[in-house]
Ligand binder design. Sequence first.
Ligand SMILES: Nc1nc2c(ncn2[C@@H]2O[C@H](COP(=O)(O)OP(=O)(O)OP(=O)(O)O)[C@@H](O)[C@H]2O)c(=O)[nH]1
Ligand SMILES: [Mg+2]
Length: 718
Amino acid sequence: MKTYSTSQIRNIALIGNTGCGKTTLAEAMLFEGKVIERRGSVEAKTTVSDYTEVEQIYQRSIYSTVLFTEFMDHKLNIIDTPGSDDFSGGVFSAFKVCDTGVMVINAQNGVEVGTEIFGRYAERHNKPMIIAINQLDHDKANFENTMESLRQSFGSRIVEVQYPVNPGTGFDSFIDVLLMKMFKFQGDSGIREALPIPDAEMDRATELHQALVEAAAEHEESLMELFFDKGSLTEDEIRQGLRAGLKSRSVIPVFCTSAKRDIGTKRLMEFIINVAPSPADCGPQNTVDEQAVPCEASGATSLFVFKSALEQHLGEVSFFRVMSGKVTESQDLVNANNDTKERISQLFSVAGRKREKMAEMVAGDIGCTVKLKNTKTNHTLNGGGKEWKFPSISFPNPKFRTAIKSKNAGDDEKLGELLNRAGQEDPTIIFEYSKELKQMILSGQGEHHINILKWHLNNTHKIEVELYAPKIPYRETITKVAQADYRHKKQSGGAGQFGEVHLVVEPFIEGMPEPKVFKIDGKDLVVNVKGKEEITLDWGGKLIFYNCIVGGVIDARFMPAILKGIMEKMEEGPLTGSYARDIRVCVYDGKMHPVDSNEISFKLAGRNAFKEAFKKAGPKIMEPIYMVSAFTPADCMGDVMSDLQNRRAMIEGMNSEKGFEVINARVPLAELHKYSTTLSSLTSGRATYTMKFIEYQQVPAEIQTKLLKEYEAEEKDE
Ligand SMILES: Nc1nc2c(ncn2[C@@H]2O[C@H](COP(=O)(O)OP(=O)(O)OP(=O)(O)O)[C@@H](O)[C@H]2O)c(=O)[nH]1
Ligand SMILES: [Mg+2]
């Protein structure tokens, strides 16, 4: 393929609710650009975009796929993203490198939850948006309702460029009010005829044309003046106005398509090429240290890697956008994130599995290379001595959590490696071995997301795994002051063991004054602080340890052993074995034996005194609380709400937004297991949510009793 200049490149992300037809539309775009000779279909498992086995089995996109097509002497890079919430990571990476979002709408359903969500993402990433109302050939297609829902969601920014003449099974024509023509299609061939607008459509077409002209004039003063002078604008002037409106994201032009029948694809591509911004039009990109790097072929070479994937026969493939300069085969670059050298052995433009070798690619283009040694997603590769680092893609927080183990214990190590690798390829998969819970914990965007990974483990790597309920990282703490003594004494044969510790525990609250007097059993216990250690615990919260020994009743050299004993119990809390936090301990008295006292004795005495005091100090189990924001269609609101209430949720607030409801609630993690699955079934997949850890809170009494019983039973089993 020839090298296209920056101004001849357009980068678009196809976004939209699952099933709206993005992959099918991409197929039609590739066909129109002659990248393929025949259009495949999702049903026949023959599309260029959904080329992986697992996508073909599930008949939906799981990964974002990089594609290109050549049209009107331009290169159109397309990223076909998955519409399912479970795989939304692909949408985030696509927005990082694409300049325009093409939102595909299913004309049967109008705006869906995915439309709203991805529309917000586009907004957050400052990306202009074009809408394609698709599936207009479907017998349930409803153009008017779809337009109505779009206006509700996106307001006056919606500007109709086209409308269908005969939506439904006979759909073959639409009116384009920019060109003021009717396009009529022959069967499914994509071949079209441009005809004059029929008389019966003239009034509607003229009215919409006028609205389009006004919308175009609004964004540039010179156009406004022309419009006032002439009462109209030329085609080119309308394009100029829409270009300005797209750039400021104040116009969302609407097109008509049937991707399945290749109706409207070509016209949409023409508009993208004529009006949507080229990479250079989008202005410079900032590095992490706020250097503005213009997208220019004349600059130093810089590539940003936004995706990496392991591909059969090729090994690791790194997908990049050229952020600046030109990249050529055999060029040496430096990875700015780890300061290692990388050679670009080969350069490709990609369309799914199909690759075309490139000798050179310029700023703004998207491609891939292979065999990079130390370069991962989110890394920047530079030439010309630059140290630019582009900001990482910020992926959504995980919302589904499961424990995982291999059925054959011998496979555990390999499983760990594979899961770590999966996380590198798909940053929305997070894997860790939890020392605390003694479980391998896998987190992702939903049950389906994790099941796809399971499918790969079983089928690609031949490892049988089991998913099971993950434990909850509870914490333990105390609620009042308590005192305990413990004497450790052992005399068997030779040298004995002796250590005695008296201590007081109390809840620690940041900023509280130093300890002086405690009330123990109605009497004052006065302490004299000699030394203090403040330990910030790895699992959150603190332990404050005071040495208040007077008169040398315990030698200073035994204090570290006492602290060590206490720390052991902090790590394995006295109630349920969970981590303890936010406790203050004063060791104020004790006894030594001139011969038998040693470190081990004091460690045990410290540990047991602490355990006894802890149990008397109103101990409580604390659980992690998450802020859940559920985003649901209004008609499912009641069901979603009552389900949340059954999960011990504290509703914090509700908002209505254009036919959708947002419910914010604080929910214990223990109640969120498989929430994504339930929410999806309650709403037929029309709702979504986010969750974020906020704090630890005491569990209700009945749950504490239940947890204590469970722990006791577990202890007995062991
Ligand atoms: N009738 C009709 N069906 C369509 C059209 N476009 C897509 N479809 C069908 O709709 C279904 C979903 O199409 P896809 O292209 O996989 O949709 P998608 O948006 O890529 O879906 P995800 O990958 O899950 O996000 C398939 O069965 C397509 O054949 C269309 O224009 N008309
Ligand atoms: Mg798809």
